[in-house]
Design a protein around this ligand. Structure first.
Ligand code: GAL
Length: 430
């Protein structure tokens, strides 16, 4: 995904690359009788409550209703991108032993505190029943496995290190949309040109979007190996390259419109998507669904490319659904986990959501039905170096990520400078 013009060729490659992963035709979908008759309903907490994300959920629910007509889907979505609000309410409900039947979380370290607290059932048995060990890539199964057990089922894989850029704004500043910068320093020079042309260089929203921006700058400045070491606690948060990344973050934050720092991702990036007033936004690839919703065309209205300095690296996250201990409709939970992991469910959902299926057993024909962006992401997921997103729960436990977001809030309010922010991250990670 170097630039949008290269994407079509890359998409063609993806078909053969992924065919190699094709396994059995057994989709593990829809055929289970788990819960029929006795499930009645499943109460599902997500944060896909509005805009393009809601459309993705609706596509999934349509398949659910076909596969499990006797189980009613009860939508308990809580607004707030990246689960900002949902996670807080869930922690209260889980502690009070009042869980929903299933809730959205992220594959990886995020769930470690819920697992340690005993909030979650081991769903390994469902992996066997739905034949998911064969359907998901081994690398994903490894990320989901904790002491030999698995506590959630992924519906998709998203990529966080993507820049979405407005073609008009770039061209007005004399920049070629098809040749993006290849380092953060070069990118900041481009931002200065855009500023000089009278337009806003880049936009960012509330603290989780800022954390996502910062993590992608860390990946660019450290490289994938050192970023992985930083996440594993094997590289110090005082490292010189980390300091460079925080300074870059500070410079880029000064190029954004402060007035949008309290906004969720979709309103914060409207200037890039529909208003032709801002050049860049770093956002996970759910953003492609926002461009789709506004009928914008890749290559004409917008381009996308990896955050400069991160080409060949895939900043990974996966939405993954749980089965809480004490769920009132455990058979309904099984039905939901069945649909979200089924081929039909993953194809219908991911086409709309901008993500790619977590399953790696799609046929060439099934892959060819996906939009261009998702085909390029499937290819990249198969060939890139994978690193884990901080802002979206793959890299660090939830309490650590929450402390980092809080520190960014203090930086935003002026209570902390960028050196203080770096120190706060070091303290949070201890
Ligand atoms: C992520 C989630 C995505 C998308 C995004 C913005 O955490 O994994 O599916 O919903 O938040 O809300």
């Amino acid at each position: 995904m170097r630039r949008v013009l290269a994407v079509c060729a890359a998409a063609a490659l993806s078909v053969s690359a992924l065919t190699a992963c094709s396994g059995s035709d057994d989709q593990g979908s829809g055929s289970t009788d788990s819960g029929s008759g006795s499930a009645n309903q499943v109460n599902v907490v997500t944060w896909w409550s509005a805009g393009s994300e809601k459309k993705g959920l609706e596509a999934l629910v349509e398949v659910f209703n076909e596969q499990h007509p006797d189980t009613e889907f009860v939508n308990e979505a809580i607004s707030g991108g990246s689960g900002d609000q949902a996670k807080q309410k869930l922690q209260t409900d889980l502690a009070a032993k009042n869980p929903p039947d299933t809730y959205q979380a992220h594959a990886g370290a995020e769930l470690s505190s819920d697992i340690a607290a005993g909030y979650l059932e081991d769903v390994s048995g469902l992996y066997d029943e739905f034949k998911l060990r064969e359907a998901f890539p081994d690398s994903l199964i490894e990320r989901l496995t904790v002491d030999g057990k698995i506590y959630s089922v992924p519906s998709n894989v998203h990529r966080a290190n993507v820049v979405w850029a407005n073609v008009k704004v770039l061209e007005e500043a004399g920049l070629d949309p098809s040749t993006p910068a290849d380092s953060i320093d070069a990118w900041i020079e481009d931002m200065q040109k855009i500023k000089d042309s009278g337009k806003q260089p880049i936009t960012v929203g509330s603290t989780w979007t800022q954390l996502q921006l910062l993590e992608t700058i860390l990946i660019a400045d450290l490289g994938a190996d050192d970023y992985n070491k930083l996440m594993a606690g094997d590289l110090s948060w005082d490292d010189a390259a980390v300091t460079t990344a925080f300074k870059h973050f500070d410079t880029i934050m000064n190029m954004t419109d402060k007035g949008l720092w309290s906004q969720d991702w979709e309103p914060a990036m409207a200037g890039v998507v529909s208003e032709d007033s801002v050049a860049y936004n770093v956002m996970g690839d759910w953003a492609v669904a926002a461009f789709d919703s506004s009928s914008k065309k890749a290559g004409e209205d917008y381009v996308y490319f990896p955050v400069p300095g991160t080409a060949g690296v895939f900043d990974f996250l996966a939405d993954s659904f749980t089965k809480p201990v004490g769920a009132k409709h455990p058979e309904g939970t099984n039905d939901w986990l069945n649909t979200i992991s089924s081929k039909e469910g993953q194809i219908a959902f991911n086409k709309v959501k901008g993500s790619i299926p977590a399953r790696s057993d799609l046929t060439d024909a099934e892959i060819a039905e996906f939009p261009e962006y998702q085909q390029s992401a499937m290819k990249d997921f198969g060939t890139d170096t994978i690193v884990s997103s901080i802002a979206h729960g793959a890299a660090l436990p939830l309490p650590v990520t929450e402390k980092m977001k809080k520190a960014i809030g203090q930086y935003d309010s002026g209570a902390m400078d960028v050196a203080g922010l770096q120190q706060a991250f070091a303290d949070a990670a201890k």
